[in-house]
Design a protein around this ligand. Structure first.
Ligand SMILES: Cc1cc2nc3c(=O)[nH]c(=O)nc-3n(C[C@H](O)[C@H](O)[C@H](O)COP(=O)(O)O)c2cc1C
Length: 205
């Protein structure tokens, strides 16, 4: 016999840890580089991140609270998404440190800024894939009762993509080979993927 744990989030989850992040996971990470109007570099991971459109490609992430990345994009309209891989896990984590806006997380995490071609924020040189983006919309979220939430969804159009060609086989991007780092729930749960978990399923005609 199965039993179900049901809860209304506004009344609490009744569990030792909120399961929401662990259920909606693992999530890709938006490792976002920006710069301030004065040119101070910034880098931070955002796992409330995803792709929202093919043509033009649009990606987005949610800033829970008004963070430096959001402030920089409001000021400059530009950001770069970098692929966080298993090999870059420590640096990605280091770049999430709560530090003042004057602190450059590239230096803090021992990463190398690489000049972008279309936007001012640099790419992470050590990351095998980067996407240069221009802000399209910044939307403050609302609850079901219409009350505003201190969270902002930042959307941007991808205007330039850079891929390490070692991740291309006959021009086909090898998702598993990149060993993307994916965020799950808990204080520090991450996953990566391999071809063992691969499933090939075509859409019905
Ligand atoms: C893997 C990971 C995912 C994160 N995802 C988010 C997120 O989706 N939204 C958010 O507001 N903060 C997220 N954080 C926390 C931010 O990275 C952290 O607050 C950071 O200091 C923000 O930097 P900034 O103020 O320079 O933008 C995440 C942290 C980690 C390690």
């Amino acid at each position: 016999m199965t039993t179900t744990h049901s809860y209304a989030p506004r009344q609490g989850h009744g569990l030792p840890h909120d399961p929401f992040n662990a259920i909606v996971g693992p999530r890709p990470i938006g490792w976002i580089s920006t710069c301030s109007a004065a040119g101070v570099l910034n880098l931070a991971p955002y796992s409330f991140f995803n792709a929202f459109n093919y043509v033009p490609p649009i990606i987005g992430f949610a800033s829970i609270g008004h963070k430096d990345t959001l402030a920089n994009i409001e000021a400059t309209g530009e950001f770069v998404w970098n692929l966080a891989t298993e090999a870059l896990a420590q640096q990605m984590n280091q770049s999430s440190a709560s530090v003042p806006p004057e602190t450059d997380e590239f230096t803090l995490s021992g990463l190398t800024p690489l000049t972008s071609s279309q936007v001012r924020p640099p790419r992470v040189q050590e990351s095998p894939v980067s996407m240069e983006c221009r802000r399209t919309q910044i939307i403050q979220l609302q609850g079901a009762d219409g009350s505003t939430v201190p969270t902002w969804l930042v959307l941007g159009e991808v205007v330039m993509v850079h891929i390490d060609t070692s991740l291309l086989d006959n021009g086909i991007f090898q998702t598993a080979r990149a060993r993307p780092l994916l965020r799950a729930g808990g204080a520090g749960d991450y996953f990566t993927i391999s071809m063992q978990g691969h499933l090939d399923m075509r859409r019905p005609k």
